[in-house]
Design a protein around this ligand. Structure first.
Ligand SMILES: Cc1cc2nc3c(=O)[nH]c(=O)nc-3n(C[C@H](O)[C@H](O)[C@H](O)COP(=O)(O)OP(=O)(O)OC[C@H]3O[C@@H](n4cnc5c(N)ncnc54)[C@H](O)[C@@H]3O)c2cc1C
Length: 587
């Protein structure tokens, strides 16, 4: 069989905000760019982002990038790399104004400036008064951003491979990454896309948990591809549980509701967040609010007949504010709960939302691996950005509004570094056939027949194991059981088969390969969580309830080889300002 091969300067896997921001930068600089996406670009999960993007514009309240930097470091529970955080917060106003010029229809203040709302963990004056830093287009900010970026890319003539599934990276003996083997979902035809540089922008792995706010396509494919190419994953134990998912269903109710003044109440009608975070109350950091809800329910103060959720009340905001600032939330609540939030509070519960961990990169988006004596060596030709990457700006807990910022800042930064790389690496390297064959083998493996188990029940089981053994509160015993269960599942997946070889065969093959990717990400998460014997940010160990800076102020690195763990230091030195040393984190 003759394989179709296409050649580009730069390949981008993923058409969410990170991929499209990078592609635009490259296309505008006249590089030949290809973007591969398994879903149509504007259906990437970025489209679902509601609340907004952070930048210290000071349009509503006084603000500075330095305060933003402090909040982000504190929010990360001091695990974030301070040089990268400084870079991101300084760049924020610029990338937001760029968006405005790309045509993003931000909500407006009376004076015409971009509307900014308050979000959790934001402060003025290094932890004092609440700030208002989140730039919003009503409660549909991601939609506005993704569509504008897509249109700009069409204008810049970026080449799109829509509805192509990337299987595995191509890597040569010298360690260069030279593109990807993908397949067209419609025809099932494999294709080799060769490129001098490859950027992974495949988003998060939220689908490893049963209840989550993510798109079905967020299966951690890029993270698993990196693992299989020998790159360890960083800080995978840090999974953000968003405090306000619709109870029992998982759809997200934006933090913007609390930013506009909504609050949480328990079964006794009490505003319980006042007890957990006396100053910030409902706008404490997400890990803090999620834990508070879990404790209220565990101690019997939940709402409803099963006392298994709490309520988010926004009735006092009034019809006008809800209709203007939160129209999408109202719609979602009416559709999925049959509840109009103008009249009744919404039932909510913490839900898996965001992967803080991912593929380790430096500030230029280069994928870095720990090598003896030098902590970080770039993998030539390989880049990562967005939720798939770990720069790390979010550390142990991400602040709301900082992820849209992350994808824009580091999508752009990676593209700028790629342009430099292209200047020095002008020719394509020879294609290593063995690596191509290995990727193709992953595809043909699923043509096997036999009496193995089917894919979907295995996926359900995997997600249930993660929910039961790696949730908001964790212990060694429960997680060890989880690792054992995952190991058994991994073997069962190796023997699984696609039962239905009829017209849905290509989508069935994708689901099967996604299951393999979910498996790798789940194992990375569970092993990293078991390894970290402290509580920090989103990682809460009942058996190690305190943060332990002496032993654990370091990043975890999980490798596929023997499920082994390694660690590397946190970069605590910013570039131009003083470091923020770890302090007790109170809100
Ligand atoms: C409901 C919701 C609301 C949110 N609200 C906010 C908010 O208000 N503010 C904020 O800052 N953050 C928010 N976030 C987080 C933020 O939106 C995401 O972290 C961010 O958009 C991720 O962007 P991305 O470009 O990294 O990936 P995504 O947007 O997830 O895109 C991933 C891309 O990779 C492609 N892809 C994946 N695997 C493959 C494969 N194997 N082959 C080919 N293509 C592949 C997909 O097709 C897709 O194009 C929210 C998240 C959710 C889920």
């Amino acid at each position: 069989m003759k394989l179709t091969t296409r050649k580009f300067d730069a390949l981008i896997i993923g058409a969410g905000g990170a991929g499209l921001r990078a592609a635009l930068q490259l296309s505008n600089a006249d590089a030949r760019v290809a973007v591969v996406s398994k879903v149509f670009p504007t259906r990437s999960h970025t489209v679902a982002a509601q609340g907004g993007v952070n930048a210290a514009l000071a349009n509503v309240l006084p603000d500075s990038w330095h305060w933003h930097m402090f909040d982000t470091i504190k929010g990360s529970d001091y695990l974030g790399d301070q040089d990268a955080i400084e870079y991101m917060c300084r760049a924020a106003p610029k990338v937001v104004y760029e968006l405005e010029h790309f045509g993003v229809p931000f909500s407006r203040l009376d004076n015409g400036g971009i509307y900014q709302r308050a979000f959790g963990g934001q402060s003025q004056n290094f932890g004092k008064e609440q700030a208002a830093r989140t730039c919003a287009a009503a409660d549909r900010t991601g939609h506005a951003i993704l569509h504008s970026l897509y249109q700009q890319n069409l204008r810049a003539r970026t080449h799109f491979f829509d509805e192509y599934f990337a299987i595995d990276l191509i890597k040569d003996e010298a360690g260069y990454v030279l593109g990807v083997v993908a397949f067209e979902i419609l025809s099932g035809e494999p294709i080799v896309i060769e490129a001098k540089t490859t950027l992974i922008a495949t988003g998060g792995a939220g689908q490893i948990f049963r209840t989550n706010t993510n798109a079905l396509s967020n299966t951690g494919d890029g993270m698993a591809m990196a693992l299989r190419a020998g790159v360890p994953l960083e800080d995978m134990e840090f999974v953000q549980f968003h405090p306000t998912g619709i109870a029992g269903r998982g759809m997200l109710i934006t933090e913007g509701v609390r930013g506009e003044g909504g609050f949480l109440i328990n079964g006794e009608g009490e505003r319980f967040m006042e007890r957990y975070a006396p100053q910030a109350k409902d706008l404490a950091s997400r890990d803090v609010v999620s834990r508070a809800i879990a404790i209220e329910i565990r101690e019997g103060r939940g709402c409803g007949k099963n006392k298994d959720h709490v309520l988010l009340d926004m009735r006092h905001l009034g019809t006008d504010t809800i209709m203007k600032k939160l129209p999408g939330i109202r719609e979602m609540s009416m559709t999925f709960l049959g509840v109009d939030p103008i009249e009744k509070p919404i039932a909510v519960f913490p839900t898996c939302h965001y992967s803080m961990g991912g593929i380790p990169t430096n500030r230029d988006g280069q994928v870095v691996v720990p090598v003896k004596d030098t902590p970080e060596d770039p993998v030539p030709g390989l880049y990562a950005a967005g939720e798939a990457a770990c720069v790390s700006v979010h550390g142990a807990n991400r602040l709301g509004g900082n992820s849209l910022l992350d994808i824009l800042v580091f999508g752009r930064a990676a593209a700028n570094h790629i342009l430099d790389f292209l200047k020095e690496n002008r020719y394509h390297r020879p294609l290593p056939q063995a690596s191509v064959d290995q990727a193709l083998e992953r595809l043909s493996r699923w043509e096997r027949k036999g009496d193995g188990e089917a894919v979907e029940p295995l996926r359900r089981e995997l997600r249930k194991v993660m929910e039961d053994h790696c949730g908001v509160f964790r212990t060694a015993e429960v997680m060890q059981e989880g690792v054992d269960k995952l190991r058994v599942l991994r073997e069962r997946i190796e023997n699984a088969v696609i039962r239905d070889h009829t017209q849905t065969f290509n989508t069935a093959r994708i689901e099967a390969m996604e299951l393999e990717n979910l498996m790798d990400c789940a194992m990375a998460t569970m092993c990293s969580a078991l390894g970290r014997e402290e509580s920090r940010g989103a990682h809460s160990r009942v058996d190690f309830p305190e943060r332990d800076d002496e032993r654990w102020l370091k990043h975890s690195l999980y490798s596929l080889l023997d499920d082994s763990m390694d660690y590397k230091p946190v970069r605590t030195q910013p570039v131009t300002v003083e470091s923020f040393p770890p302090k007790k984190r109170v809100y």
